[in-house]
Design a protein around this ligand. Structure first.
Ligand SMILES: O[C@H]1CN[C@@H](c2nc(-c3ccc(C(F)(F)F)cc3)no2)C1
Length: 325
């Protein structure tokens, strides 16, 4: 089988939500290549926490008795609950007995984002949080039945993109796809990014260890790289109140070039211009920030909306393919 699903951006492309049939209900889920749990708001979630969300009704599933899950994300948000086996359909691709993690508790950030009905993890199943036994991601559940064991991400700035499962649509990219091998030891789509440049010119230095994470909004890079970037932005400064680099919204940002698999990709300055910090619209928060304390770089949506990405398990070593959009 193979299929395509829309990835609809929230405001400022904070995250992208995709319609997924879970049991007999269609929910809008955040596809996250940085985690491996498929969890949903449900009729088991306290009413005080689930108002405004679409809810999965576990009555259509088979309860996995004694199984629980508990997940927390990079921003300190999280959720927990119980586990059911039920049908999940993404763009026509069907997992007949997918582990569906029904939330019995969600953090305030999830409560407040009423467009988000849960997450669909697309990292490696080794980091699934279900106890006493880790469960397969949706991709792992259907991988064997896909025309090709791969999926692609084609996210866009301020417009609907797509995730495709089982095939590569060559109309979605230009030029050739350059591949890098993935190190799955931490359960992420983790690889080594090479040289970089600010504005234009030839790349140099090294961004280093990085993950491709569709669930992270921004790009988090080594301090040296980030300082080199904002040195080229006259009005930029590190604002500890905002927790990162800000600048005058009226200033045009330079492009950021990064080399992956021997090919240089350009993230346009307009894509790096993330969002105003307040309603005055004078000061803006940059889409490139420091990876301090994370232990690796994260190429999140600010980067991913500039490229076409193949999450490829056609070979014994998983690999990532990048092409210009
Ligand atoms: O943990 C890493 C794995 N990928 C990153 C990720 N973070 C979220 C997330 C989504 C929505 C929310 C909320 F709605 F605002 F609550 C919070 C976090 N989804 O993937 C970070």
């Amino acid at each position: 089988q193979s299929g395509e699903v829309a990835a609809n951006p929230e405001q400022y492309d904070e995250s992208y939500l995709c319609p997924v049939q879970v049991g007999q209900t269609t929910l809008n889920l955040d596809f996250d290549t940085g985690s491996a749990d498929l969890w949903v708001f449900s009729t088991l979630t306290p009413k005080s926490e689930s108002t405004g969300h679409s809810l999965y009704n576990p009555s259509t599933g088979t309860k996995k008795s004694g199984y629980t899950w508990d997940i927390s994300y990079g921003d300190g948000s999280g959720a927990s609950g119980t586990v059911y086996a039920d049908k999940v359909v993404v763009g026509g691709v069907t997992a007949t007995s997918q582990a569906v993690e029904a939330a019995t508790s969600v953090s305030s950030q999830f409560e407040q984002d009423t467009d988000n009905d849960g997450l669909l993890g697309l990292a490696f199943s080794s980091i699934n949080t279900v106890e006493p036994q880790a469960q397969k991601t949706f991709f792992d559940s259907v991988k064997g039945s896909l025309a090709k064991p791969l999926f692609t991400a084609d996210l866009k700035k301020g417009a609907a993109g797509t995730y495709d499962f089982g095939y590569i649509d060559s109309s979605k990219y230009t030029g050739s796809i350059s591949y890098v091998n993935v190190n799955t030891a931490n359960g992420f789509w983790e690889f080594t990014a090479s040289g970089y440049a600010v504005g234009s010119g030839s790349v140099s230095g090294s961004v280093g260890d990085a993950i491709a994470d569709t669930g992270t909004t921004l790009m988090y890079l080594p301090t040296t790289v980030v300082q080199a970037y904002y040195n080229k932005v006259d009005s930029a400064d590190y604002d500890s109140n905002q927790g990162g680099y800000t600048y005058d919204c009226s200033e045009n940002l330079p492009n950021f070039l990064i080399s992956l698999g021997g090919k240089t990709f350009t993230v346009s300055g307009t894509d790096i211009n993330f969002a105003p910090v307040d309603s005055s619209g004078e000061t803006c928060f940059g889409g490139i920030q420091e990876n301090t304390g994370i232990g690796m770089s994260i190429l999140g949506d600010i980067f991913l909306k500039s490229v076409f990405v193949v999450f490829d398990q056609t070979q014994s070593t998983p690999r990532l393919g990048f092409a210009a959009q």
